[in-house]
Design a protein around this ligand. Structure first.
Ligand code: 13P
Length: 688
């Protein structure tokens, strides 16, 4: 695990921000341009697999082609907006662990000409790709311990939506590109490109004339009058039309580009980049297309990248009557994506293109002009992108607007009032619980013997800062070592963040070397003290009697005891845990007056769950919490019992807190390990 650095200087903060921006944007762009052109990604992966001789992996190309852009895009976006701050950097580093060696190999061995990092949008040389990947990896290593030091734009409650919305968006972009054509066509044969024209002669003549010692060139349409004398004639190349990119078509060995008359009116090119990969189900559809097209006077020409023998096989198998010629297969894939795909030419210029699957082929054949469909991909892109931005902005607004937060809370309250209790879901039960009960919800940290003074103060400040941006549905307390109390008290707002000691002496004062009295604790500004923790019972042999003294002294000094009880594994397994817990409560607390008992917070901590990663299930916790409450009710009456907060402790984490806290008798948590990181501690606070 990386050490956690705090962002100490402005310089560090701005660097993190800048790297989030640059690396995030690189991943977003890289994922997006790939998603736009899934066919291209598939071709590129196939190139790699062929170069490595990994033909066995070819059946998985499709899934990789979808996952790669998706993960790149989401990770980039999360880094950009600060979601899942640790996970994102780890995810990116995991990707780089694969991509960096790959790009090093490609840079030196050159098995494929272009790495394909940015699809066909920008072609980056293999050498520069390696440099780029080294820089990205270095940036990620820098970000690893620092990225979570800067806030997320979206709070934890809505972070999952930052997964869902962009993922759906990108998948739709992929679907559009895959079924029609890429939204942005970065390839040479865009719509509007002329791939054949009638001007076979690409050169022209200039005539040089002279008059009064001056020489000038004239073209054939603007020759001068007879006062000029002819001197010379020279041939010049006519500058190529920017939109002209010819293709070369072959019939066997012979080039037949001019013979097939591509520039003659309407021509439909049927492109089968690889006959061996085409689904047999297309046989009928292609024949039908040929018949329909021929009836409407359009010339259909099939172009493929396959060998003569494969063409013959296809003809026999599909009974194809249409003319089939060949063309360079990578040019063919460049002309239009899809296998098969169609390209509609008018006078040699690309008017429309699509995969064969798109429904508009039928529309076009039934008379709709092909150019009506041009730009449909872009329209969909504009719509999808606008919707994504609007949804993300709305989400941010909802997430940040205090007014809306209040409003939704109120709405929820009203809803709960209207609903009968038996219809309550776990959440509603929780809300109901919060509205009806008098006792407090509490999330308290117990740092135990961890952190130096400096680390402790920094952690306390971090929690304090995090609380400023929230209105938690619980009291929040941190329990810190004695040495930290005064400094932490000075560094936090103790009205918002309660401060607790982890112990106090069972004596008032005097010659008890090394002990810290309840009065001393109170003098630091602390308001709570954790007493009876199982670690103190086990390692320092604190008995029920000693704890009884501590509780009395804590109360006498105005401290609220957070009194811990809980059974060991053996007692859980042999079923004596009810008796054990009851004896602990009775032994140290039941001599108190009802008024004093009312000041106690209880924490049930099964010893077998502390620091072990083994949590009591929510039902186990509820069972024993209800039992404890009943034990209190039997002694002090229902009202005192109802008002006593009983916390759960033992491997409580952000991931299980919600379920535990939803139980009617679980009023919060006493948190060990997860309280040592502000993020995870706040995650538990947020569970309320
Ligand atoms: P963990 O949360 O680390 O299991 O510790 C619980 C605890 O002992 C709190 O007092």
């Amino acid at each position: 695990m990386a050490t956690d650095f705090k962002l100490k200087t402005k310089w560090e903060k701005y660097t993190v921000l800048a790297l989030r921006f640059v690396v995030g944007a690189t991943f977003v762009v890289s994922g997006f341009v790939k998603a736009v052109d899934l066919w291209g990604v598939e071709y590129k992966i196939a190139d790699y697999l062929t170069a490595f001789g990994w033909d066995w992996a070819k059946p998985y190309i499709g899934i990789v082609a979808v996952m790669l852009p998706l993960v790149e895009f989401l990770a980039g976006l999360w880094l950009f907006i600060g979601s899942f701050r640790r996970f994102t950097v780890w995810l990116m580093l995991a990707m780089m662990a694969f991509l960096l060696p790959l790009s090093a190999y490609i840079a030196f061995a050159n098995p494929v000409a272009d790495c394909g990092c940015f699809g066909e949008a920008f072609v980056v040389s293999n050498g520069w790709t390696l440099v780029k990947n080294i820089l990205i990896t270095a940036a990620l290593v820098f970000l690893l311990p620092r990225n979570h030091g800067l806030r997320s734009i979206y709070g934890p409650a809505v972070q999952w939506i930052t997964v869902l919305l962009p993922a759906v968006y990108l998948l739709l972009i992929m679907i559009v590109g895959y079924n029609w054509q890429p939204i942005f066509d970065f390839r040479p044969y865009k719509i509007g490109t002329t791939i054949a024209d009638d001007s076979a002669d690409r050169s022209d003549f200039l005539f040089t004339y002279e008059k009064d010692g001056e020489r000038r060139d004239f073209d054939v349409d603007n020759l001068p009058d007879s006062t000029w004398t002819f001197v010379d004639r020279k041939q010049v190349e006519v500058a190529d039309n920017d939109n002209l990119r010819r293709i070369a078509i072959y019939d066997g060995e012979e080039e037949v580009t001019d013979d097939v008359r591509l520039a003659d009116g309407d021509v439909l090119l049927l492109l089968i980049s690889d006959i061996s990969q085409i689904n047999v189900a297309y046989t009928f559809k292609l024949n039908e297309l040929y018949n329909n097209v021929s009836e409407s006077g359009v010339n259909l020409i099939c172009l493929t990248g396959n060998s003569e023998s494969e063409i013959v096989q296809w003809r026999e198998m599909s009974m194809a009557d249409y003319p089939i010629y060949t063309m360079d297969s990578s040019e063919l894939k460049s002309l239009a994506r899809g296998n098969p795909a169609v390209v509609w030419l008018r006078d040699g210029t690309v008017l429309y293109k699509s995969t064969m699957d798109s429904a508009d082929i039928d529309d076009i054949l039934s008379g709709k002009p092909a150019d009506e469909f041009v730009g449909r991909e872009l329209h969909v892109f504009i719509w999808l992108t606008t919707l994504l931005f609007a949804a993300m902005a709305l989400l941010l607004f909802i997430n940040r607007s205090p007014l809306l937060i209040k409003l939704t809370k109120r709405l929820r309250k009203n809803q709960n009032k209207e609903l009968p209790l038996h219809q309550n879901s776990q959440n509603q039960l929780n809300n109901h619980k919060q509205q009806t009960k008098m006792r407090k919800n509490i999330v308290a940290g117990n740092w135990k013997m961890n952190t130096t003074l400096q680390e402790g103060v920094a952690l306390a400040k971090e929690v304090n800062e995090a609380l400023k941006t929230r209105t938690p549905n619980c009291d929040v307390i941190i329990g810190v070592p004695f040495t930290h109390l005064a400094s932490v008290a000075a560094a936090i707002d103790t009205d918002k963040l309660g401060l607790s000691a982890e112990n106090c002496a069972d004596k008032v004062s005097g010659a008890y070397t090394g002990e810290v009295s309840a009065a001393m604790v109170a003098s630091t500004g602390a308001k709570y003290v954790i007493l009876g923790h199982s670690e103190r019972r086990q390692y320092y042999h604190e008995t029920a009697e000693i704890l009884k003294e501590k509780v009395v002294l804590a109360l006498a000094n105005g401290l609220t005891p957070i009194f811990c009880i809980g059974e060991v594994l053996e007692e859980r397994e042999n079923g004596t845990y009810f008796d054990v817990v009851k004896a602990q409560v009775e032994g140290s607390l039941f001599d108190l007056s009802a008024e004093d008992f009312g000041k106690i917070v209880l924490a049930y901590e099964p010893v077998w769950a502390i620091g072990t990663g083994k949590t009591a299930t929510a039902d186990q916790a509820q069972e024993i919490h209800a039992f404890i409450r009943k034990t209190i009710a039997d002694k002090y009456g229902a009202e005192v019992a109802e008002n006593t907060s009983i916390l759960y402790g033992g491997s409580c984490k952000p991931t299980n807190a919600k379920e535990l806290f939803a139980k009617p008798d679980v009023d919060g948590g006493l948190i060990g390990g997860a309280a040592l990181k502000a993020d995870s501690f706040m995650g538990i606070v947020d569970a309320f």
